[in-house]
Write a protein that binds this ligand. Structure first.
Ligand SMILES: N[C@@H](CCC(=O)N[C@@H](CS)C(=O)NCC(=O)O)C(=O)O
Length: 232
């Protein structure tokens, strides 16, 4: 059985880490058996981030490399029939979701004070004293440093919201009324799109990005469709 190490679910989602939710969604889409280990232990993660998997004595980290490993080891029913153009688009949208929109949403959760109050409660609310005083500010400081290192954290809040809203428009305009990101067939890109969009739309952290995404109603319909199909 493939063991998936991830954070514990929060905010009523399969996972409040879009990367963890992406991997679980992919495994469900691919019909692979798995066991979730909600240890949230980044110290044991090979790259210091979650998720990672253990399978047949191998440890693989990072959702990109995990999914490549799973495709090579167990076959690739989702993406094999894609054209080169579809692969290019999938790569571009994946980068938009995971390397850009992700950091804009992280800003709303970890840097904005109202968002942080909700994030702190959801992620650290169960910690005993004195850990519940010590760990959250340290984690927040770490996230702010990562955001600066990435570059997103050097922008003003208004600039970050504008970047996030542009990403949302790109996704909504491209999706149009298609059932899945690349047409009639679900592809592994949909695991990313669903996980990152649900983590924006369905997590109760208010922001101009979330409000804008709510006006693009096909995105919510898309997430509802993915949820009904893979998490029924
Ligand atoms: N590129 C990685 C990103 C994973 C990632 O950023 N995970 C975050 C949670 S969403 C994490 O573990 N953060 C913990 C930390 O930075 O300390 C992937 O695709 O798996």
């Amino acid at each position: 059985m493939i063991k998936v190490h991830q954070f514990a679910p929060a905010f009523g989602l399969p996972n409040a880490s879009p990367f963890c939710m992406k991997l679980e969604t992919y495994m469900r889409m691919a019909g692979l058996p798995f066991e979730l280990v909600n240890d949230g232990n980044v110290l044991r993660a090979p790259k210091g981030k979650l998720p990672y998997i253990e399978d047949a004595g191998r440890v693989v980290a990072d959702t990109y490399f995990i999914i490549e490993y799973l495709k090579t080891t167990y076959g690739d029913a989702l993406d094999t029939s894609m054209t080169a153009a579809e692969r290019s688009l999938a790569t571009a949208f994946q980068r938009l979701l995971e390397e850009d929109l992700y950091w804009a949403v992280v800003h709303t959760r970890w840097c904005d004070d109202a968002g942080w109050a909700k994030t702190r409660q959801a992620f650290f609310g169960a910690l005993p004293l004195p850990l519940c005083w010590i760990v959250p500010p340290l984690a927040r400081r770490g996230l702010r440093a990562e955001m600066r290192g990435h570059g997103m954290g050097r922008h003003t809040a208004d600039e970050i919201h504008a970047i996030g809203c542009r990403d949302v428009d790109a996704l909504a305009d491209w999706l149009g009324d298609k059932p899945y990101m690349l047409g009639d067939q679900p592809r592994s890109l949909d695991a990313s799109a669903y996980a990152f969009l649900a983590n924006l739309l369905w997590v109760p952290v208010e922001s101009p990005i979330r409000r804008h995404a709510q006006t693009r109603t096909t995105l919510d319909a898309y997430c509802q469709r993915m949820k009904a199909q893979y998490y029924a």
